[in-house]
Design a protein around this ligand. Structure first.
Ligand code: NAD
Length: 502
């Protein structure tokens, strides 16, 4: 284990320089499998925050006019660098976040897809033109960058979610201030370094660290034009209110309680494998984790088979081979998950698989919780009402598809959902009637590829436009609409026109 003096400090990135913060407030970045302190991360001071905004504002003057092809080529280079450094990035991510190495590569890869998309920005940012809206008059639009934009990201996807944000914002011609999660900022920092190596100019991407104070400073700063947030509903609602009150654009992707419905005609083997992976994979710390399963009719007999699959999952440190479930992010997170399990028992749900206090040889101090399953879960119980964000699956029952859809639509969250069936008619009813952003039909975690945008309904999202894909081009640009007439000197001037017309 490293001694205190050997532990590195996480740097700030301001105006192209990696600098040591002058902050007096720091926190530890901890390996959740071992409790080893990996780094110290600063709470950025107000002066450092101002320096980051000044750098981004100054860089915007030239970056906004940099040729489309020049901007795009940086992202072509960047995707190549991410690929070349994949193993190192994944190892760093696993060390500070806990997920398995395969999952860490998936986290990076889903972000890499957005970088590839950013390299195609020329097609996406084009305006429109209508020729001859009046005689000799054309109307056309310019989709121009906004200025300094900011992103605030959660701990659970420290590669993918920062990459949802800054590549698209920067490719559109904006400059950016990123505030990663203070729980696992190291892989995000490494990705920022690679972006500089790929040719992102000084000041175009800046990274600051911290928690509540720095987030509030981002929301309030008059020179920041737009804020993208991904995280919990409580914090995201605060960010949305505070940032929009300060006149900014805001998009907040927030918490979840994702339900799957299983109809008795579903392919049993595929469905049970998908459910176990989506409920317990990444230790349940995915915003798209399936944490509630509604079994319809005869599908209720599949519970013992589902438990067999849950029991077969291997709990170990994410860096160890063949691990299925790593630790949760912190001791606090582990205690919270365990207390919600205790509450579920107290409120009358039946604990059919108890994952508390698993034995993990060699990692006795890790924040491990094994797969946990409740049956007989009802609305009103805390295990149902709260996002547990751990490997805990709540099983409910319904008599019909319509009853199951009604349960989901009555839940406040609308992030993701999935239906397992072989019936096209049932699938069509489901997609028509369900009020949820991401819908999977025999697909357990339907995170859209960047040709589309991530979305969300009700308490899972605030703001009209989602991250990445086509929608985020609108979010990160201001449309100007130009109506133009060019006089031909060879044609004699007409008389003065005082009516409102072209
Ligand atoms: P979080 O809300 O605690 O933290 C998110 C960010 O907000 C972090 O950068 C953190 O530093 C900052 N923050 C924390 N407390 C704050 C406060 N009081 N005031 C201002 N800023 C504060 O979320 P988390 O625990 O890091 O991430 C897990 C949550 O994120 C879950 O709810 C999960 O569902 C959600 N999430 C949603 C999506 C989505 O796309 N909808 C994706 C990933 C994660």
């Amino acid at each position: 284990m490293a001694t205190l003096t050997q532990v590195p400090n996480v740097k700030l990135l301001i105006n192209g320089e990696l600098i040591d913060s002058k902050s007096t407030q720091w926190r530890n970045v901890i390996n959740p499998a071992t409790q080893q302190v990996l780094a110290h991360v600063p709470f950025t001071t107000p002066d450092e925050m101002q320096a980051a905004v000044d750098a981004a504002k100054a860089a915007f003057k030239t970056w906004r006019k940099t040729a489309i092809g020049t901007r795009a080529r940086i992202f072509l280079k960047y995707q190549q660098l991410i690929r070349e450094n994949m193993a190192e990035l994944a190892a760093l991510l696993t060390a500070e976040q806990g997920k398995t190495l395969a999952d860490a590569e998936g986290d990076i890869f889903r972000g890499l897809e957005v970088v590839e998309h950013a390299a195609n920005i020329g097609n996406l940012q084009m305006g429109e033109i209508a020729n001859n809206v009046a005689s000799g008059v054309d109307t056309y639009t310019l989709n121009q960058p906004l200025g300094v934009c900011a992103g605030i990201t959660p701990f659970n996807f420290p590669a993918m979610i920062p990459l949802w944000m800054f590549p698209m914002a920067i490719a559109c011609g904006n400059t950016f201030i990123l505030k990663p999660s203070e729980q696992d900022p190291m892989v995000t920092m490494r990705l920022a370094e690679l972006a500089m190596q790929a040719g992102v100019p000084p000041g175009v991407l800046n990274v600051v660290h911290g928690g509540e104070d720095i987030v509030n400073a981002i929301c309030d700063h008059p020179d920041i034009k737009a804020v993208s947030f991904v995280g919990s509903t409580r914090v995201g609602t605060h960010v949305y209110n505070r940032a929009t009150l300060a006149g900014k654009r805001a998009q907040c992707m927030m918490g979840a309680k994702n339900h799957a419905i299983v109809l008795p005609d579903a392919n049993k083997e595929q469905t049970l494998n998908n459910l176990a992976g989506a409920a317990f994979g990444a230790a349940g710390q995915r915003c798209m984790a399936l944490s509630v399963v509604i079994l319809v009719g005869e599908a209720n007999q599949w519970v013992p088979d589902l438990l067999d699959r849950a029991r077969s999952l291997k709990i170990n440190a994410g860096a160890e081979a063949n691990t299925d479930i790593g630790p949760v992010i912190s001791c606090t997170a582990k205690e919270r998950v365990e207390s919600l399990i205790a509450q579920g028992i107290a409120e009358g749900a039946t604990l059919v698989l108890d994952g508390r206090a698993p034995q993990v040889p060699g990692y006795e101090h890790g924040n491990f919780v094994g797969p946990t399953v409740f049956t007989g879960v009802k609305p009103g119980m805390r295990v149902y009402e709260e996002e547990i964000f751990g490997p805990v699956l709540c099983i409910m029952r319904a008599d019909t598809l319509a009853d199951a859809i009604a349960i989901i639509n009555a839940n406040p969250n609308g992030n993701g959902t999935a239906l397992f069936t072989q019936s096209g008619a049932a699938a069509r009813t489901f997609e028509e009637d369900i009020d949820v952003g991401q819908i999977g039909i025999n697909v357990p975690i339907p995170v859209p590829v960047p040709l589309f945008s991530f979305t969300g309904s009700r308490a899972s999202k605030l703001g009209d436009l989602g991250p990445y894909g086509k929608q985020v081009i609108q979010f990160y640009t201001q449309t100007k609409t130009i109506t133009a007439r060019w006089f031909d000197d060879s044609v004699s001037a007409g008389k003065v026109n005082t009516t409102i017309s072209l």
